[in-house]
Write a protein that binds this ligand. Structure first.
Ligand code: MAN
Length: 545
């Protein structure tokens, strides 16, 4: 009995280590987290941590798994789901799966997981602690410097809560201005409408006059050409075009394979001869497209024939002012320029084939009319100036109106933005930051939009609109979410998560697209620097050895 007691005691002692920490004597059960030590009392039976079973304490760490949750074997690898606590004195205690215990690999920095193996684990806890300490110190220094910068930024911002409250007054003023501008804009619009009616009427009148002038010019041109052609055909000067005279113009023969017979000529003339009037009404239009003059010099100079008044209605009903549009010199110039001789053909061939015939020269004239816009008369010009002025005034007020409207919208939006627990991100509301990458520029306008701008000249793609803060529960303001961007082809709408990090300069870094059209980026800013980290006592986080 006594022997058994000693064995048990020895076994229990085997499982415990005693360490001295100042005056406090603490006993640590192998593999048990310090916070759970109170559940492992050697003098009492052990109850599995899930409460499922109570076993004699000797069953704890006996290399046999009794508890479903593995809590009876924290220091052995007996339970597949157990957890071994590395005390890692001098560094941070960590939990590892208990099947790592005794597997020949050093998992704890103090080597405690390999207590039974022949493997020698170096204690690296001190080294790790030193590294940790160094990085802590660097963080502390960074946050301290950042906090100073943050104070400066916050001091000079106008978009903080106070500024935004103040802007309520400003907002009221702007809304007042907007009302006045809206009224003014309506007045200007009405004025513009009225003068544009006058302007359009004047332009319309001018256009009509031009068209009438053009029609008259065309009629006169045709008349001249008709006379010239008649005179050209009337080689014997008897004021009649006979079959003989027309027959010389073989170019009028529609069937070029055979001779230009008398019958064919008669069918064009409609009789044996035609006078000027008959020529005008029935022949000229029929032949003018194909007609060519015969070579000079046998052509007698035609007697100028008095022009009969054109029989077009518009010419008899025209208003007197219309006369001023007709430039006689223009007409004669046109007529002269329309003459082409057959021996000029080669030259023409190389240039404008169209000018070979009288008919095409009419087309040519029309073309000239179309391309040269006639100048407006003074009255129309004046009305156009007045209308232009009214348009300018209207647009000027319109732009002012829009600018104030946007200011109001921005202010309203700003006043509802959650700019951090202490409003610390208010200085960057609406501020834009760029990140240059090989293919794209990423532009984030804080609390507004995020864009991906192609450097190859493609269009800008919205990768998200400001949505919400989305950090972990205990640190919601760590991350910003921009969502509902342009939809990816065959994919989701683009979105972006921005992680805020303490930094001395404000800049975006490290853009990624971990999954298609879902982007992440880091934003370094002094505004994310933390006074608590900056002021943590240098000694408070020193790890004891
Ligand atoms: C563009 C970019 C990319 C994105 C593809 C998806 O090329 O927006 O970031 O992955 O479209 O098609």
């Amino acid at each position: 009995m006594m022997f058994l007691f000693y064995v048990n005691l020895a076994t229990i002692l085997c499982f415990f280590t005693s360490i001295s920490n100042g005056n406090i004597q603490q006993t640590v059960l192998r593999g048990v987290q310090t916070s759970l030590l109170s559940m492992y009392i050697p003098s009492k039976p052990f109850t599995c941590l899930d409460g499922s079973l109570t076993i004699p304490f000797e069953f704890v760490n006996d290399d046999y798994c009794d508890c479903q949750d593995g809590s009876d074997e924290p220091g052995t690898s007996a339970c597949p789901n157990g957890q071994f606590f590395c005390e890692n004195k001098g560094y941070f205690g960590t939990l590892i799966p208990s099947h790592f215990v005794g597997d020949g690999v050093c998992d704890c920095c103090d080597g405690s997981d390999e207590y039974e193996t022949i493997i020698v684990c170096n204690n690296t806890c001190f080294e790790l602690a030193q590294k940790f300490q160094a990085s802590r110190d660097a963080q502390r220094a960074l946050h301290a410097a950042g906090v100073e910068k943050k104070k400066q930024i916050l001091a000079s911002t106008t978009t903080n809560k106070f500024g935004r409250q103040f802007s309520q007054k400003h907002l009221d003023e702007l809304e007042q201005d907007l009302k006045i501008l809206e009224k003014e804009l309506k007045e200007k619009e009405e004025l513009k409408r009225q003068v544009e009616i006058l302007e359009n009427a004047a332009k319309e009148k001018h256009k009509k006059l031009c068209e009438e002038k053009r029609t008259m010019q065309d009629v006169s041109l045709r008349n001249n050409q008709m006379h010239e052609m008649f005179a050209d055909l009337d080689t014997n000067g008897d004021s009649l075009i006979s079959i003989d005279e027309l027959q010389k113009h073989t170019e009028l023969d529609t069937n070029q394979q055979n001779e230009f017979t008398i019958e064919e000529v008669r069918s064009i003339l409609g009789s044996d001869s035609v006078n000027l009037n008959e020529f005008n009404t029935t022949i000229f239009d029929q032949i003018s497209n194909s007609y060519r003059q015969l070579p000079e010099p046998t052509r007698p100079t035609p007697e100028p024939t008095p022009l009969p008044e054109p029989s077009i209605d518009s010419m008899t009903t025209q208003s007197p002012s219309l006369e001023t549009f007709i430039d006689e010199e223009d007409l004669t110039t046109h007529t002269r320029s329309s003459y082409k001789y057959e021996d000029e053909d080669d030259y023409e061939e190389d240039h404008h084939r169209e000018s070979k015939t009288l008919a095409t020269s009419i087309e040519h004239e029309k073309h000239i009319h179309d391309s040269v816009a006639p100048e407006y008369d003074d009255e129309t010009k004046k009305l156009m100036e007045i209308a232009e002025e009214a348009r300018n005034r209207y647009h000027e007020i319109g732009e002012k109106f829009l600018s104030i409207k946007h200011q109001i919208e921005d202010l309203k939006k700003q006043s509802t933005v959650d700019a951090g627990p202490h409003d610390e991100y208010s200085p960057i509301i609406d501020q834009c930051f760029d990140y240059e990458e090989r293919e794209y520029t990423y532009r984030i306008c804080m609390f507004k939009t995020a864009k991906q701008i192609s450097k190859g000249g493609g269009s800008e793609v919205i990768i998200g609109y400001w949505d919400s803060w989305c950090g972990p529960k205990d640190n919601k303001y760590l991350k910003m979410k921009y969502s509902n961007g342009a939809t990816c082809w065959n994919g989701p709408p683009r979105s972006l998560i921005v992680t805020l990090q303490c930094g001395i300069e404000q800049k975006l870094t490290d853009v990624r697209e971990p999954s298609r059209c879902e982007y992440t980026i880091i934003f370094e800013t002094p505004l994310a620097c933390d006074e608590n980290i900056a002021t943590t006592s240098l000694h408070s986080d020193h790890v004891e050895f």
